[in-house]
Design a protein. Sequence first.
Length: 122
Amino acid sequence: MDTDSSHGRPARAPLGLIAVFCLVGIVSASPALTDPIEGDVAAGKTFAEKNCARCHAIARQGDSPDKDAPPLRTISRRYPLDTLYEAFAEGIVVGHPEMPEFALDPKVISDLLAYIQSISEK
């Protein structure tokens, strides 16, 4: 066992190094964007067309009609998609100023997240 030579105590890793290892563990435990989200991509697209397109760009290209609403393809840069499941289930109350409060059914959430993943910028 390594010891701190000045005090005879076990040597400790610098706090910054410990923080890096913890962060790596958290990130590696989260599903990557490349891990497929199980859902019906076509159904998610249909939902996005009916409920999101008024404000958000819902395709792989193009600007959002509302300048304060990010394109859906960029959402995964702001939020890990796996964390959005709970937010969609409980009801999103923040976002762009015009975004309505809503809570979604689990199947709809999976479909929408699968669609967002399919158009996400890597």
